[in-house]
Design a protein around this ligand. Structure first.
Ligand SMILES: NC(=O)c1ccc[n+]([C@@H]2O[C@H](COP(=O)([O-])OP(=O)(O)OC[C@H]3O[C@@H](n4cnc5c(N)ncnc54)[C@H](O)[C@@H]3O)[C@@H](O)[C@H]2O)c1
Length: 332
């Protein structure tokens, strides 16, 4: 198996998650790890750096994983692409649309234009099943959706880097709601008509929102409502997809803490003649998942692009630009 020599920038939660997934994959060789906080580099056998530029200048690697704070993502991504690295970057693709467009420019002039963003939720098993169901058309066409993605908050929520606008670019909608928006975009297409209210309902002293409510409409008339919340006071993930011939519901999401609950997908077919159950209560089909393989699927796709020249399927720069255009619409 060809080794993809990789450096990881940012060894916080996501850097460690990517490191572990790359080790499980077997095709990556992590050559260096970098973090501005040296405490986060303790225990690694690889070469360590506290300066990302020095790390990229000195490393003879094929690829870079960018797992730093949002504010540094565009500078690092552009610098790495200009130096011929294949780049995997965490979401969001910058703090705003102009950050994303900068990265698109860098990608279009790169000699090795491999750039993938970590829209990890597309690789969850319940989401993969939902996409297969929709593509099969056995439930007809999706016409509308209702999504809620909520966080419990933490004692230090207000002071986390995520809620410092100059570092993160936005609040809960940019941090977490973007995943739900991405899934709706994946299942329904691009939303061109956007109404929203973005508020600080409880965390009044924060510079970023704790709640965003959006009504989204595609050019061909599909409608979605999205509620992104940092004041749910427990973790919650729920996405309903209403189709012309049936219904799909995704509930819970596997994470290391299991705090979003068991991941399950339920679907049923429209049954007005009661072929499968009573009126109003058709037979339901449910699948539950107890292993989170999303990080592994995602690292495999990136490896296949770098080592074997296969195309990036999810998290492309075009996809990132579309998402950030929609996000900008929500914030406006
Ligand atoms: N794909 C997903 O599902 C997902 C989930 C969580 C976070 N994220 C994204 O991953 C990124 C990191 O989030 P996290 O939860 O790991 O945060 P974190 O705070 O746990 O880790 C970030 C790390 O980056 C380091 N860092 C910051 N600036 C740096 C720089 N200039 N050079 C080197 N290191 C630097 C910090 O010291 C810290 O250790 C964010 O962009 C976040 O939005 C993605």
């Amino acid at each position: 198996m060809k080794k993809v020599r990789t450096v990881i920038l940012g060894m916080g939660r996501m850097g460690r998650t990517r490191y572990d997934a790359m080790k499980r994959h077997g095709g990556y060789e992590v050559t260096a790890v970098c973090d501005t906080n040296p405490a986060n580099l303790a225990g690694y056998q690889e070469k360590t750096y506290t300066d990302w530029k020095k790390c990229l200048d000195e490393s003879e690697a094929d690829a870079v994983m960018v797992c730093t704070f949002n504010v540094t993502i565009p500078d690092i991504v552009c610098y790495a692409l200009d130096r011929g690295y294949a780049v995997f970057s965490e979401k969001p693709p910058g703090r705003n649309l102009s950050d994303t467009l900068r990265m698109r420019d860098a990608c279009s002039r790169a000699q090795n234009p491999i750039l993938k963003f970590g829209f990890n939720h597309r690789y969850h098993n319940s989401v993969i099943e939902a996409k297969a169901l929709l593509d099969s058309k056995i439930l007809g066409d999706v016409v509308c959706a209702r999504g809620v993605y909520g966080k419990a908050g933490t004692p230090a929520f207000q002071s986390e880097w995520r809620n410092k606008k100059e570092i993160s670019g936005g609040g809960i909608m940019l941090d977490q709601g973007i995943h739900m928006l991405d899934l709706m975009y994946y299942f329904m297409g691009k939303f061109t008509n956007i109404q929203s209210t973005v508020d600080q309902l409880v965390w009044k002293d924060m510079p970023t929102e704790d709640s965003a409510f959006s009504i989204l409409r595609t050019e061909d008339g599909k409608v979605a409502s999205l509620h992104s919340s940092a004041i749910q006071w427990r973790h919650k993930f729920s996405l309903d997809l209403i189709c012309t011939e049936g219904f799909i519901s995704l509930n819970g999401l596997l994470t290391s803490t299991m705090s979003y609950g068991e991941e399950r997908i339920t679907y049923y077919r429209k049954d007005l003649e009661c072929r499968t159950g009573g009126l109003g209560k058709p037979v339901e089909h449910t699948m539950c998942f107890d292993t989170d393989e999303s990080w592994d699927y995602e690292m495999k796709e990136f490896y296949d692009a770098v080592a074997e020249g296969k195309p990036i399927r999810q998290g492309t720069i075009e996809h990132a630009v579309n998402l950030m255009e929609m996000l900008e619409g929500i914030y406006k």
